[in-house]
Design a protein around this ligand. Sequence first.
Ligand code: CMP
Length: 419
Amino acid sequence: MSDNYADILKTVDVFKALPAEDLQKVCGLVKSKDYGPGSVICRQGDVGDALYIIAEGRIKVSTTDPAGREKVLAYLGPGQSAGEMALLTGQPRSATLTAVADSKLLVVRKDEFDRFLATNIVVMREMMKVISERQAATITRMAREEAAPAAVLEGKVIAVFSPKGGAGKSTLAVNLGAALAVRYRTEGTILLDLAVPFGHSSLMLNLKPKASLAGNPPEALRGPDAQETIGGALVVHRCNLNLLVGATKPEEGDMVSGETVRAAIDTLKRQFNYIVIDTASNFGEVSLAAVEAADAVVLVFSPEITALRDVRECQRILLEVVQLPKERLHYVLNNIFAYKALAKDEFERALGQPLTAEIPYGGDMPTRAALAGEPFILTQAGSATAKAIDALGKQLVEELTGAPAEVPAAPKKKGLFGR
Ligand code: CMP
């Protein structure tokens, strides 16, 4: 019996209240199964014979209407379950489940699960809750589609940019992405690493993408095959943050063009609520394509005298040359030193406007987290540095969506991040 299953199971909504002993019983019932992007796990209308728990990857939940049009109901990630409706109601599968990234599912057979449920009222109650929430979500979504059939998801793009390396740009992008992934769990959040040729986000998340955007013609990223092209390159952190990298090796960096980036962002906006981009520290075509597509550009800099001039230059280029609307540009001072060589108000005077956020110095904690491959926003959520990034994420989402986007997910229990 793998202990890992217990680690995964205790992150799943329907099992999180279970005592260790019962969790072990569920462990004994599950079998792990891998699905590649595009593989169908179960089809709408099938008889429900199993429950699925997503250990890794990303699953699309969709229905097909009588005219044969696909309607996406949701995307699910690590720690979420699917297939409980048919199992409990005895009805046929209400939707088709398809893997859209390399995914590992824990599968529990119906007969075994029925036996377990018969003596476990806690899990039964949690499952009924999930079912009713999902049914309500489906009804709302269908009603929205009927009112505005063309309405498709239009995810928000946040580009994190820095005039030079070493200011904590990738740290901010990774942790901002993780903060949004945990706080807003609908279609999800993706981190797009365009810091080519030397992106570090996969190391900082301890993920190993096998494929990237590099070398894909733009049409493969826009057309009917886009889902599979991108799905083959997606990797998912267990906090539900998805990652897509521009290049897996430095020498592939040149194989990413501005057009590749525009095509990828257009497709990702239809599949994710939030797309956080770690851009390269230059104004090459890849960075420009990212910045131009962004709903918010976060300009991050450290408190140094050289940064003062560089940030003003970035302000001039982004506002006057790129013609970015002023309100899209956010200035974030990241205190990467124990001392303040320059204070916030000196930047504010130079820029002629207030900064959006200041991130407190985190000691060696951010470096240690990067080495461990875990975003500190999850492992050190109580630190002032993590709190400032979470607050920045919340503020950006509220500005971009015009309202608190969604009721935050229940706080994560210890098992997931605080082990
Ligand atoms: P079941 O009907 O057995 O098979 C398809 C599954 O899709 C269903 O159980 C749910 O687990 C899942 N599902 C259906 N509607 C939604 C929704 N709106 N959001 C998330 N998951 C859903």
